[in-house]
Design a protein. Structure first.
Length: 158
């Protein structure tokens, strides 16, 4: 019997001789492009709102350090959890929602012989995972114990 080998395009892309000069620079360019878009969006909204915007973070860099400052602020910010909420659902619900929103990608085949779920029922698994996400969204909206969040969750989930 022959050993199972990934199809040609995937195995070729993952080789260091191809990955380092072709794929890695693409990821670097993608990251720099996203940072540039964030910077441009912040500059434009600052002009529209007639405020200084990201220039307070680093005037010499023209506000390019603002995403790093936002990340530091996000990591050290205080988490506010209302008293009347279901704390477990309030904290872990968004993580569970994100997980069930991204998980159906495992059923999408990358090539004719290379997929994360190699099964006859992979389409059924993907549909089941897609259906779970609105249920988790309703659970998160209900767990917040706020009628406006619940109405928003019902509108989004249905």
């Amino acid at each position: 019997m022959s050993a199972l080998v990934a199809p040609w395009p995937i195995s070729l892309i993952l080789e260091p001789e191809v990955f380092i000069p072709l794929v890695y620079p693409g990821l670097v360019v993608l990251t720099l492009t996203l940072l540039g878009i964030i910077w441009l969006e912040r500059k434009l909204t600052a002009k529209v709102q007639r405020r200084y915007g990201p220039l307070y973070v680093a005037r010499k860099l023209g506000g390019a350090a603002q995403p790093m400052a936002d990340g530091i602020k996000f990591v050290f910010s205080e988490q506010i959890i209302p008293r009347n909420t279901d704390k477990l659902v309030f904290i872990f619900g968004p993580l569970l929602l994100f997980t069930f929103s991204i998980l159906p990608v495992i059923g999408i085949p990358l090539s004719p012989g290379y997929t994360a779920i190699a099964s006859d029922i992979s389409l059924l698994i993907v549909v089941a995972l897609v259906v779970i996400a609105p249920i988790v969204l309703l659970m998160v909206a209900w767990g917040s114990n706020n009628k406006f969040s619940l109405i928003g969750g019902l509108r989004t989930g249905t």
